[in-house]
Design a protein around this ligand. Structure first.
Ligand code: SAH
Ligand code: SF4
Ligand code: F3S
Length: 429
């Protein structure tokens, strides 16, 4: 039996694309292996969001070269955002790569398997939203479901509109059918995926789609990523409030607390627009957890702009953030802007952001000690066999002692006994 190995970098979209490539390979009679040395085909599903992500991939790719020399029959494929962005340049950089498979052409993986020459597939795929690929689901409890592909926002720092193409929504009927099929196989939670789920459009808009998914029997929880602040409507806020399965958590990237920087980023909202949306969210859904993304050291960011971000973190009190140093991406507007910020300044600002947020995250988690929460059991945490791991509806990781009558997929009520920055400890009530 032929074997394959996939290394995935980047976001949930990529993780799910890897599930699709694994699905195709399983259907072709291949078997997955954790060890690349045993594999007949090695796939790198890549990310180009920041330079670091790109470097990580190229250094791993370099290590494969000697393997290919030893066993020339092994096929090396590069998929994902770097594949889409660099196209045939990957062959120039690494001639031992056999195929470059762009983000809209995963279905061509099957055709490539039997080819002996270079394969390149990076064209736009107009039928992307109708392509029905077999999917290998790595979790029996939680499933990702694409509701849309691509992005039209062109935030000035971001490569995604170039690597994922223009926005395209799937029909609501094909989404609902997929969710029903997942429910029939025991999936309890669906995570709806899109670069900007709020701009989902078919015959339904996003809140209307949530209403339909909420009706699917067997599904207990609905999550979605990512939301863009400019498209967060009152209708969506009410959907989160009223629909029982929609979890009380939203990831709403702010990026900067300075309205001047937000304008340069082409985010289409001011800090005050953002703040008023947060206030509305919290008024309607008081316990909602809000997480965010922050970029430190965007071009022309002054010390005052940075302090506005710090002030914003203190004012909003996010449950958690992902923060990054601004990274120049080829082809983006921000990479050409004047006033690029020095590396040391970026590092220091990032450090300050992380310090402030760590303190806030810990303080917010501590408030949960002594409260009752509902968690969905996902399985064992790493290296622990006597414990179970689950998430609260607000997406906080929670560890509880194992009990014989509990199993993956159960929704249980627990008492939070201790809160740390990154996880909660609980006991069954
Ligand atoms: N579609 C999502 C996520 C995009 S990528 C959204 O719009 O929210 C995830 C995060 O990476 C972004 O929110 C941003 O904070 C960060 N990011 C994107 N490009 C970046 C760059 N060039 N440098 C640093 N961080 C970046
Ligand atoms: Fe990138 Fe902006 Fe699109 Fe998000 S909304 S993927 S940050 S361009
Ligand atoms: Fe995701 Fe990275 Fe592409 S974050 S969309 S895999 S550039």
């Amino acid at each position: 039996m032929k074997k394959y190995h996939i290394t995935t970098f980047g976001c949930q979209m990529n993780f799910h694309d890897s599930e699709k490539m694994a699905g195709i390979l399983d259907a072709e009679g291949y078997q997955e292996t954790a060890n690349p040395i045993d594999a007949d085909i090695i796939i790198f599903n890549t990310c180009s969001i920041r330079q670091k992500a790109e470097q990580k991939f190229f250094s791993q790719l370099g290590k494969i070269k000697s393997l290919k020399k030893k066993r020339p029959s092994i096929k090396i494929a590069v998929a994902g955002c770097i594949a889409q962005h660099y196209g045939s340049k990957i062959f120039e950089k690494a001639p031992y790569v056999d195929f470059v498979l762009g983000t809209q052409n995963l279905h061509l993986l099957k055709d490539f398997l039997n080819k002996d020459f270079y394969g390149l597939a990076i064209d736009e795929n107009p039928s992307l939203t109708d392509t029905d690929l077999p999917i290998k689901r790595y979790s029996p409890i939680i499933a990702y479901v694409n509701i849309m592909y691509g992005c039209n926002n062109f935030c000035s720092y971001c490569v995604v509109p170039y690597t994922r193409g223009p926005e395209k929504s799937r029909t609501h009927t094909s989404i609902i059918n997929e969710v029903k099929e997942l429910a029939s196989r025991g999936i309890k939670e669906v995570i709806l995926l899109g670069q900007n789920v709020n701009s989902y459009r078919s015959e339904l808009n996003f809140p209307q789609l949530l209403v339909k998914i909420n009706e699917v029997k067997g599904i207990e929880r609905i999550r979605f990523i990512t939301s863009h602040p400019k498209d967060l409507s009152d209708e969506l806020i009410l959907a989160i409030k009223d629909l029982d399965k929609v979890c009380e958590h939203i990831h709403l990237p702010l990026q900067s607390g300075s309205s001047k920087i937000l304008r340069l980023m082409n985010r289409e909202y001011t800090y005050y627009d953002y703040l008023s949306k947060i206030q509305k969210l919290r008024k309607e859904v008081p316990d909602i957890a809000i997480t965010s993304d922050i970029i430190a050291g965007f071009p022309q960011e002054t010390e005052e702009d940075h302090l506005q971000t710090i002030r914003a973190l203190k004012e909003i009190e996010f449950d958690g953030i992902f923060s990054f140093k601004f990274s120049k991406r080829e082809g983006t507007v921000a990479s050409q802007m004047s006033g690029q910020v020095d590396e040391e300044v970026k590092s220091r600002r990032l450090y300050e952001i992380i310090e402030i947020q760590n303190e806030i995250t810990e303080r917010k988690n501590k408030k949960l000690e002594g409260t009752y929460q509902e968690i969905l059991l996902e399985g064992l945490p790493k290296k622990e066999i006597e414990k179970f791991m689950g998430r609260t509806r607000t997406n906080k990781i929670c560890i509880i002692p194992k009990k014989d009558d509990l199993k993956e997929g159960d929704v249980v009520k627990i008492l939070i006994t201790k809160a740390n920055r990154h996880s909660l400890l609980g006991s069954i009530v």
